[in-house]
Design a protein around this ligand. Structure first.
Ligand SMILES: [Zn+2]
Ligand SMILES: [Zn+2]
Length: 135
């Protein structure tokens, strides 16, 4: 599986790299991405003008379908359609977290720049394989 990866801090250092197919952890789900966006944050990461945590797979805005569940996951099932919530790691203790505003947590690690994101593709589906423009 290929992934759009920022492999080093600074300007550039973004390319498609081989990576393992993700396996959901006990509290995670595996999502088949149906549509993904590239936003200003992705461009800033590419240009090295905002923080990222390389090596990291880019991509944090998407919609998709649940295709796998970790053993502790409840309330979702394969086939459910979902959209992104980017904060994967938060402290759970600060005022923001306790009030349901985890996206403001100072310790937040979001998908696509704090931890691995969603810009991944199986063989035959990458832009370079399909003739569609890529980064
Ligand atoms: Zn964004
Ligand atoms: Zn917090």
């Amino acid at each position: 599986m290929k992934a759009l990866m920022k492999w080093e801090s600074g300007a550039g250092h973004v390319a498609l790299r081989e990576t393992e197919r993700p396996v959901p952890g006990p509290d995670e789900v595996l999502i088949r991405v149906a549509a993904a966006g590239i936003c200003g944050t992705d461009i800033k990461i590419w240009h090295g003008t905002t923080w990222s945590n390389p090596p990291v797979i880019l991509g944090h805005e998407y919609s998709g379908v649940v295709v796998g569940l970790g053993r502790n996951v409840t309330g979702l099932q394969p086939g459910d359609r979902v959209v992104s919530e980017t904060a994967q790691v938060v402290c759970g203790k600060c005022a923001y977290c306790r009030s349901g505003r985890e996206l403001m947590c100072d310790r937040r690690l979001s998908i696509g720049y704090g931890v691995n994101g969603i810009h991944r593709c199986a063989a035959g589906h990458c832009p370079q394989d399909t003739g569609q423009p890529g980064l």
